[in-house]
Structure formats: structure tokens, C-alpha cells
Design a protein around this ligand. Structure first.
Ligand SMILES: [Zn+2]
Ligand SMILES: [Zn+2]
Length: 144
């Protein structure tokens, strides 16, 4: 590996039937506290990586099922183990949203912000100094 080579990002579902590999760093990393992410993950919030679709390969795609929780969103999960592997949004066709929890490699940087923070689970403490956004849109600064 040369000194300035970008390390690959990779991850997989719990059972390993589906894998995600990207040769590009994420274009963004955020924490989402919205009700949809909370319920579909079963966790307090989801850390999302936005990966350029053309730089990202999905292996074992025959093992995927998908679900449309909204008009624009499609969430793909492993039909064997149920892991949510990635999300597509019709409004951003060049991007795949990948939950950071499936990564086997390190995140290249920490999340840049908490979004839909007004909807966060009451039992979650987020005492870090990462910017927090919420309000009706989920994207208004709420900690400044
Ligand atoms: Zn699986
Ligand atoms: Zn969300």
C-alpha cells in the first residue's frame, strides 16, 4: 500500500451472507435519531455512512430482501439474519446509506453531527460536543 492510498471500507451482515465493500471514503457520517431509524434498528440511533454507489460493491445480493418504509426509501436487509445492510433513497441515487454498525473496518472519522436530535430516545445520553440538529425538519441547529 502506498502512503496516500485510501484504505478500503468493508462490512457484512451478522451471518456473513451479504458483504459491503467500498474503495471510496464516505461522503458523510452522521448519527440519525429519527423514529424510523430507531425502530428499524432497534437501537437508540443509527450512525450512517454515505458511500458513493459506483465505488461500493455488494456481495451476496441474492440474500437481500428490501422494505420501503417511505415513498423514497428502500431498506435492504439480509433475509437470513435480518441485519440492515444498506438503504437507498430515490432522491440521492448515487449514494448508498450504510449503517456503521456493520463495518469490519474502522471509521475514517467520527460522525459530524446528530440529526433528528429532538426525537432522540429519552434514555440516551449524547454528551459529546458533536453538533446537534433537530426541530420539525430534523436539520435545525438545536444546541447553539
Ligand atoms: Zn446475514
Ligand atoms: Zn433516521
Amino acid at each position: 500500500m502506498t502512503a496516500n492510498a485510501t484504505p478500503d471500507l468493508g462490512g457484512r451482515c451478522y451471518c456473513g451472507a451479504v458483504g459491503v465493500q467500498s474503495v471510496s471514503p464516505p461522503t458523510s457520517i452522521i448519527n440519525c435519531h429519527c423514529h424510523q431509524c430507531r425502530r428499524l434498528s432497534g437501537a437508540a440511533f443509527t450512525t450512517w455512512l454515505s458511500l458513493p454507489r459506483q465505488a461500493t460493491a455488494i456481495s451476496g445480493a441474492a440474500n437481500l430482501q428490501h422494505f420501503a418504509p417511505s415513498e423514497n426509501g428502500l431498506r435492504y436487509f439480509c433475509k437470513h439474519c435480518g441485519t440492515h445492510v444498506f438503504t437507498e433513497d430515490r432522491r440521492m441515487p448515487d449514494i448508498l446509506g450504510v449503517p456503521a454498525g456493520i463495518l469490519s473496518t474502522a471509521l475514517p472519522s467520527n460522525p459530524s453531527g446528530h440529526y433528528f436530535f429532538s426525537d432522540k430516545a429519552s434514555w440516551t445520553a449524547c454528551g459529546d460536543d458533536t453538533p446537534k440538529f433537530g426541530g420539525p425538519s430534523g436539520f435545525e441547529r438545536v444546541d447553539a
